[in-house]
Design a protein around this ligand. Structure first.
Ligand code: ADP
Ligand code: MG
Length: 437
């Protein structure tokens, strides 16, 4: 024991006494800083002039190209640079519940330091293709329209496609409060500070925060901090999964994470490819989204918001996300404007795992409501001008006759709890009311 202690003390003393190599700032151009005279690996953290932390993003024979995790203002050539020899780490552990962290995992909620938090490198490992359990268990999100008509599975990755101001934040907060998952990890990336406050205070509230960990990087932060926030949040979600928990990881928004990567890629000299996005953006998305999923112990179910403004279906990030994700939920402005919340376009939304995580009876109920909604949509023009003749289509007749009940089923107030069991029962009653199959 004493020998061990002495060893440890000796090692620490040697660490402290060892000469620390010092490099210098060689150039500061655009968003990046070149450092000469230091060796290091991509991902290492450096400290410039004792204050500004930067991360190595590219390495050449002579220089380390870095991006700062703080403001560039005031940096000069010749400033001393030291390497920490370590990559960025994220805090992990149960003491994170109820806390709000910045993009580098430091608390920003004024509730003091994190107690008992371990720190682990943010670059976690995605569950291996074979170690990954299949997504075959449902995960109740506490939102009626989703649990019954777009049923999510544990470990699924869902996209939430929406424009701005149509109710993404409020829907995410409903999930944080209502899901049966024990923990929600919420990454807010690239929002304005005011929006973050509103989300924390009005949408999430103390009750939602108590079972969540929130990671925030606002739009005014350096791009690398915005990008790292996504990884810090993912790492935190993984750490709860490793303890056997079911976790919901919500990222608002994936598009802004991709935009941060675009800024970084372009500024270190990558060529712009699709609509200005360098190729690294797409590999980054794949890497990030692969890390949600189930492993032998727990699950991380990912909900990633994707900004779609107008009807731009060729938007490259939406395209790329759609190809990686296993389901998408579409929020529409039409519904939001009409005051219909959550503004989920049920017919435009699909969960690719729904048939694996629901029973035959449940599927029949969901299909029945979808059929009625689809018939109503097709006949909507006729109904609007009063040209629909009652009796010509039983599905449309059911939709018209029970419009209020259908609406009441799909709508849900922000503070209305909806356990999945109740939602299925209510759907059963609604389908029965609309007439037997
Ligand atoms: N469930 C809801 N009930 C009532 N109003 C809602 C609901 N969800 C959203 N809203 C309204 O929509 C506005 C925008 O919602 P928000 O979630 O902030 O959108 P986004 O995050 O997509 O920009 C809110 O200010 C609120 O007035
Ligand atoms: Mg929002």
């Amino acid at each position: 024991m004493t020998a061990l202690l002495a060893d440890e003390r000796l090692r620490r003393a040697l660490d402290v006494a060892a000469p620390q190599p010092v490099g210098t700032v060689d150039a500061v151009v655009g968003l990046s800083v070149d450092v000469a005279g230091l060796r290091g690996a991509v991902g290492d953290l450096l400290v410039i002039d004792g204050t500004t932390t930067a991360e190595v993003v590219a390495v050449t024979q002579r220089t380390l190209r870095c991006m700062p995790l703080g403001p560039l203002h005031g940096l000069r050539t010749g400033m001393p640079v030291r390497s920490t020899g370590r990559p960025l780490t994220a805090p992990t552990g149960p003491s994170l519940l109820g806390r709000v962290l910045d993009g580098l995992g430091r608390p920003v909620d004024g509730k003091g330091p994190l107690v008992d938090a371990r720190r682990e490198p943010v670059s976690g490992q995605a569950p291996s293709a074979l170690g990954r359990a299949r997504v075959d268990q449902p995960l109740a999100l506490g939102v009626r329209a989703l649990d019954t008509l777009v049923t999510a599975g544990r470990g699924q990755r869902l996209g939430l496609f929406a424009g701005s101001g149509v109710g993404k934040s409020s829907l995410l907060s409903m999930v944080a409060r209502g899901t049966e998952a024990q923990v929600s990890v919420i990454a807010l990336v690239g929002e304005r500070g005011r929006e973050v406050r509103e989300f924390l205070e009005d949408d999430l509230g103390p009750e939602g925060l108590a079972r969540s960990v929130v990671v925030v990087a606002t739009s005014d932060e350096p791009p690398l901090v915005r990008l790292r926030a996504a990884f810090v949040a993912t790492r935190i979600a993984e750490s709860f999964r490793a303890e056997g928990a079911d976790v919901v990881l919500m990222m608002d928004s994936l598009t802004r994470v991709a935009m941060a990567q675009r800024e970084i890629g372009l500024s270190v000299g990558e060529p712009p490819a699709t609509r200005g996005y360098p190729p690294s953006t797409f590999s980054l998305l794949a890497q990030l989204l692969e890390r949600a999923g189930t492993d032998e112990r727990g699950s991380v179910t990912g909900i990633y918001t994707v900004l779609v403004d107008g009807d731009d279906h060729n938007e490259p990030i939406a395209d790329a996300a759609r190809s990686i994700l296993d389901g998408h939920v579409v929020l529409t402005r039409d519904l939001a404007v009409a005051g219909h919340f959550p503004s989920i376009d049920v017919l435009g939304s699909v969960s690719r795992v729904a048939s694996r995580v629901t029973g035959k009876d449940q599927q029949a109920l969901a299909t029945r409501l979808r059929q009625v909604l689809a018939a109503r949509r097709r006949a909507q023009d006729l109904i609007d001008v009063g040209a629909y003749a009652a009796g010509s289509n039983p599905l449309v007749d059911a939709a018209v006759a029970h419009a209020d009940a259908i609406d009441a089923f799909l709508r849900q107030a922000m503070d209305e709890a909806a356990p999945a069991g109740d939602s299925w029962q209510r759907l059963g009653a609604l389908v029965q009311q609309m007439g037997a199959r």
